[in-house]
Design a protein. Structure first.
Length: 223
């Protein structure tokens, strides 16, 4: 069965161009505005190509809403090139950032790379137990004493990285590169904020500290 790719852009010409390019390899679903994109996302696509600059409901808002129920890669397509725009995009839940005008073959290569990464994650399906906590890396769920902990995609990615390498210290830059990718334009403050949120969610269910701060170095999993 072909993997599903959702293409969202308010410019019909761009949508048609990408649809023609991707159709031989993927099952292509299209949307021309944010509201339609959220409706089409119910089909559970394997990857989303999402324009930022759309009227009424922009791509950032669409991405944030999608992250409530899908965890597939989301790639922003936009003419914006400021670092602050990139940071906002990644914080909204995007996995990559493609600047218009783009080369279709490069876009295709990035799409394929993100899909391979997702397949590797799914192929490493396993459940690990850390005291009161159970992490299902296949279902991307975490529970403590049987209670499910709701994490965002980025928060789970950080927990996944640390917990699969328990005891290993990761500095903030390395965590950012592993989770956001080498093209990420964020800062160490982004990691600090995500760690703070993860800890707050864990502490509501347990007194055990699963993420240790190694002062001057970074963070490690204490499982």
């Amino acid at each position: 069965m072909k993997q599903k790719i959702l293409i969202v852009d308010d410019e019909a010409g761009i949508v048609d161009m990408m649809k023609s390019y991707f159709e031989p390899q993927y099952n292509v679903i299209t949307a021309y505005n944010g509201k339609e994109a959220l409706q089409k996302a119910a089909c559970q696509p394997d990857i989303v190509l999402l324009d930022i600059n759309m009227p009424e409901l922009d791509g950032l808002s669409v991405c944030q809403k999608m992250r409530d129920y899908i965890s597939c890669p989301i790639l922003f397509l936009t003419a914006r090139i400021e670092s602050s725009d990139k940071i906002n995009g990644f914080q909204a839940g995007a996995d990559d950032y493609i600047v218009k005008p783009f080369d279709l073959d490069e876009l295709g290569a990035r799409v394929a790379a993100h899909l391979r990464r997702e397949q590797r994650r799914q192929g490493n399906a396993a459940v690990r137990f850390f005291g009161e906590m159970a992490i299902d890396y296949s279902a991307r769920t975490i529970s403590i004493n049987g209670e499910t902990i709701a994490l965002s995609k980025r928060e789970f990615d950080i927990v996944e990285l640390l917990s699969l390498n328990a005891g290993q210290v990761f500095d903030r830059e390395r965590i950012y590169e592993a989770v956001w990718g080498i093209d990420g334009a964020g800062s160490s403050d982004t990691i600090m904020e995500h760690i703070r949120k993860i800890r707050a969610k864990f502490s509501a269910h347990t007194l055990y500290n699963y993420i240790d701060t190694v002062w001057g170095c970074g963070y490690k999993w204490n499982g």
